[in-house]
Every structure is written in structure tokens, then in C-alpha cells.
Design a binder for this molecule. Structure first.
Ligand code: FES
Ligand code: FES
Length: 172
């Protein structure tokens, strides 16, 4: 986002700026340099370590979070661009129950083994399922193709997502 588009809440001083946003329903204001990524600020400044650093270049999906409901790689997202946004991770308050259902079905299908890929994957699954689409197994694979999992072979992940997709419209 260009400086001219930024909300007046963003205060720029030299190369540093104050950027307000919400993380898992908590209001924060971060003092950042313009080049800092959302991933770096979440992990290093705010201690949101459930968001993982994998490749740092948008290729593995480990760092995916929800930004105003949209799944985004936080390693490719400038923190300055999320002013006043709602950031959600797998630890977000869960009034809908969808985070809990996803985690429960991931556990039941052994779709999380070492667990490194899981927070990012779950964020993408959350966004996908909230859209209410019914996808085939192949479409689920394609929708999650930005995520690398070194443990599961993906089959278990697709099993879990397929089951949640079948359950969710009934439960929501
Ligand atoms: S750490 Fe962001 S996509 Fe790999
Ligand atoms: S469960 Fe280990 S990388 Fe996916």
C-alpha cells in the first residue's frame, strides 16, 4: 500500500512508523521499519510464535495467517500494509467453533505429525471452508498446493479437510 493510501493512524517518523492492527482480537500498535514483514513483527515483536518461519519467500505456506479473513503469507506481507486489519491465527478466539473442528479432525486423521506446517495450513483451510464451497479431493489439493508438508504425504490432510467440509454447513 502506498503511503498516501495509509490510514492517518499510521504515524511515520524517519524510516519508522507506528502501525495499529488487531491480532486474535487484541489491539496492538507496532513500531516498525517500513520494510518489516508481518511475519517478523508477529514473531519477534509480538511473540505470536504459532506463526512459523519456513522459507521466508512465499513458497511453503508455514507463515499463512488470516488478514481480514483472507489467507495470506505473512512473510510476503509488509506489516505497514495491515494497518487496522484483523489478523487471525490458529490461536484466535473461536466463537464459530471452526478452528476447533479443524484441529480435532486434523488430529483424528493424523494430518498433523511434527506440526510445523499445521498453523499455516489450518489458516488456509479456515478461509476455504468459510467460503462454503464443496470441493473435490483434487480441488482441495489444488487449493492447498501452496503448503508444503514433509510428514503426511497430504493424503491425511485432504481426508481431514474433506470431512470438515461435509460437516461444517450443518454445524455452522
Ligand atoms: S515462510 Fe512464508 S511461505 Fe514459507
Ligand atoms: S506435519 Fe510435519 S511438516 Fe506437516
Amino acid at each position: 500500500m502506498a503511503d498516501s493510501e495509509m490510514n492517518e493512524d499510521v504515524q511515520v517518523g524517519g524510516d519508522m512508523m507506528h502501525v495499529p492492527f488487531r491480532v486474535n482480537d487484541e489491539q496492538v500498535v507496532c513500531h516498525i521499519a517500513g520494510h518489516e514483514t508481518l511475519l517478523a513483527v508477529l514473531r519477534d515483536q509480538l511473540g505470536v510464535t504459532e506463526v512459523k518461519y519456513g522459507c521466508g519467500e512465499g513458497a511453503c505456506g508455514a507463515c499463512v495467517v488470516l488478514v481480514d479473513g483472507k489467507a495470506m503469507a505473512s512473510c510476503l506481507t509488509l506489516c505497514a500494509s495491515v494497518e487496522n486489519a484483523d489478523i487471525m491465527t490458529v490461536k484466535a478466539p473461536d466463537p464459530s467453533g471452526l478452528w476447533a473442528l479443524l484441529q480435532d479432525r486434523f488430529a483424528a486423521h493424523e494430518a498433523a505429525q511434527c506440526g510445523f506446517c499445521s498453523p499455516g495450513l489450518l489458516a488456509s483451510c479456515f478461509a476455504l471452508i468459510q467460503r462454503g464451497e464443496k470441493l473435490t479431493r483434487q480441488q482441495i489439493r489444488e487449493a492447498l498446493s501452496g503448503h508444503i508438508c514433509r510428514c503426511t504425504g497430504y493424503h491425511h490432510i485432504v481426508d481431514a479437510v474433506e470431512e470438515v467440509m461435509a460437516l461444517w454447513p450443518v454445524m455452522s
